[in-house]
Design a protein around this ligand. Structure first.
Ligand code: F0G
Length: 456
């Protein structure tokens, strides 16, 4: 059969409250034109994030009831540890309440003032945690990533020549860890090839630098390798994931993505001495090492989720259904980032609204109109998020003006996605009437969460 269906049936449903265009106009104005300030109930299709928003399976809900809530040595802990080791293969597993807690612990024990941590592209919390520990976070995306419309298979790769130059320049002793984010969220959800993982690993090992994978979307990345990289078509996603991790010294993980959990994460490594120091910190802020900020039932849900996410029917549906949205928009002449990433579709607001200058925030203007049109909530990734220098306070345009439509796992059906495509199309039809925005109030840091806007 050519038609690829959602490989699940729906047993529990959550009603969506419908609103009118007039109501949404009022609601977004009351929210200071900031989509983070809307009540989720007032959103029809919520594509703000794919994090923590997955639908859990019947098997996961069943496992919740088996959660062992013992403080130390709970049965759920052993099940979780086995599940993580089975996929990731590292000796030590440290549970955390979400991905950024794993990052904070890792960088607290490895980064010193003056340290430099390279990545293909750091996620914002990763960057912020490196900076908080006194280090500098450096993005080294591959040159192919520069053009949002260029169809390369592995636009998430790291520029390994730039990595070698950086190591020469600052010296390996100042680089406590090299990170690789799979898939590359900040770079459009684009995958990283196995060849690139291998090459980064070779360079890191050659200089004695530990190599960590930010593994939030590891299963999607593994499936892209299966589809696009020579030699992997006959391998299972689990085998591919294991190979990816075999080149690394450890990983940080947000179980809110590719583990279908609503909360959770972990840090995992082969370095026993480091793990001991990390566990000391864990006890300080997260909890005892056999639960670390999670309930036993959360550990159960993650253990089941890590198995389900590697099922081939699921991954095929996931990658195909995301591409379905991107390709439909592309066919209609709407500027999107191509090829489609794994977890999200990125609208190119700079080309969508070319008459709106970057510092009138075309991404924000587009995200607002998409909400007004169809009650669809996405997120601006452009000059609102990245346009203000945290040191000098000065404004300059970001590299890209994007609106990310992140797709929660197993939550929306094809008709929901057809509705999203129609909403984008309708906004595109009246794009010439859409003006820019200005900021009327903003906090010092991470302004996109709470800034308020007006029409420019
Ligand atoms: N790394 C990557 C690549 C991420 O995308 C995220 C979260 C994190 C780390 C942090 O994990 O949220 O569990 O603390 N990304 C979400 C998003 C928030 O919307 O892209 P966390």
């Amino acid at each position: 059969m050519k038609t690829i269906i959602e490989p699940f049936r729906i047993k529990t449903v959550e009603p969506i409250k419908m609103t009118t265009v007039a109501e949404r106009r009022r609601l977004i104005e009351e929210a200071g034109f900031n989509l983070f300030k809307l009540a989720a109930e007032d959103v029809i299709i919520d594509l703000l994030t794919d994090s923590g928003t997955s639908a859990m399976s019947a098997a996961q809900w069943g496992a919740l009831m088996q959660g062992d809530e013992s403080y130390a040595g709970a049965r759920s802990w052993y099940r979780f540890e086995r599940a993580v080791r089975n996929v990731f293969g590292f000796d030590h597993v440290i549970p955390t309440h979400q991905g950024r807690a794993a990052e904070r612990i890792l960088f607290s024990v490895t980064v010193r003032p003056g340290s430099v941590v390279p990545s293909n592209a750091h996620f914002d919390t990763t960057r912020a945690n490196i900076q908080f520990a006194g280090g500098r976070a450096v993005d080294l995306p591959s040159p192919e990533a520069a053009d949002p419309a260029a169809r390369y298979p592995f636009k998430g790769n790291m520029d390994t020549a730039a990595l070698e130059r950086l190591i020469d320049e600052v010296g390996p002793e100042r680089i406590p860890v090299i990170m690789l984010t799979v898939t590359n969220n900040s770079g459009g959800g684009q995958p990283v090839s196995m060849a690139n993982v291998r090459e980064v690993s070779r360079i890191a090992r050659g200089h004695g630098i530990p190599f960590y994978i930010d593994a939030c979307r590891f299963a999607e990345n593994a499936y892209f390798i299966k589809l696009r990289e020579e030699g992997y078509a006959g391998r299972t996603p689990l085998e591919i994931a294991r190979e990816m991790f075999s080149y690394a010294d450890g990983a940080t993980m947000s179980a809110k993505k590719d583990a279908f959990a609503n909360i959770g994460g972990f840090l995992t490594t082969n370095d026993g001495e480091l793990a001991a120091r990390e566990r000391d910190l864990l006890i300080l802020t997260e909890g005892f090492p056999t639960y670390g900020g999670l309930a036993g039932r959360d550990l159960e849900a993650i253990a089941v989720g890590l198995e389900e996410v590697l099922e081939e029917d699921y991954l095929n549906y996931r990658i195909v259904s995301t591409a379905y949205v991107a390709n439909k928009l592309d066919e209609a002449g709407i500027p999107v980032m191509l090829p489609a990433g794994g977890h999200a579709v990125y609208l190119d607001a700079a080309r969508f609204l070319p008459h709106v200058p970057p510092l009138e925030y075309p991404g924000q203007a587009l995200a607002v109109e998409l909400y007004v049109e169809g009650g669809v909530r996405g997120v601006e990734i452009g000059s609102v998020m990245f346009g203000k220098d945290p040191q000098t306070g000065e404004e300059s345009p970001a590299k890209w003006e994007l609106v990310r439509l992140a797709i929660p796992r197993r939550v929306y059906t094809q008709s929901h996605m057809d509705y999203v495509v129609e909403a984008v199309w309708q906004v595109y039809q009246r794009r010439h009437e859409i003006g820019g925005m200005k900021i009327v109030s903003q906090p010092e840091y991470l302004r996109h969460f709470s800034a308020e806007f007006a029409r420019a």
